[in-house]
Design a protein around this ligand. Structure first.
Ligand SMILES: [Zn+2]
Ligand SMILES: [Zn+2]
Ligand SMILES: [Zn+2]
Length: 88
């Protein structure tokens, strides 16, 4: 696990995407590139390569620090405040 990130260290059960879509992009009929799942509340949102960057906006607005990749075959976590990656 990542050095110096208590947020990732505290996660025991990884939340996975309920549906493979960005919940905010669906509302506004926008497109996304990759999907990320918030490890605090479980919402699935789009990555920073997507036009609307919903996952990082969510992290900034809610202070939910850690997301996981919701992409098939990817198993990693990312902490925004610590800029820390961890595979699992
Ligand atoms: Zn952290
Ligand atoms: Zn989105
Ligand atoms: Zn959240």
């Amino acid at each position: 696990m990542a050095d110096g990130c208590a947020h990732i260290a505290a996660i025991n059960d990884i939340k996975t995407a309920r549906r493979h879509e960005c919940e905010e992009c669906v509302k506004i009929a926008a497109r996304w590139v990759h999907l990320r799942t918030c490890q605090t509340c479980g919402v699935t949102l789009c990555c920073d390569s997507s036009p609307n960057k919903h996952a990082s906006k969510h992290a900034g607005a809610t202070r939910h620090p850690v997301i996981s990749s919701a992409e098939v075959g990817e198993r990693w976590l990312y902490c925004y405040p610590d800029d820390a990656f961890a595979e699992y």
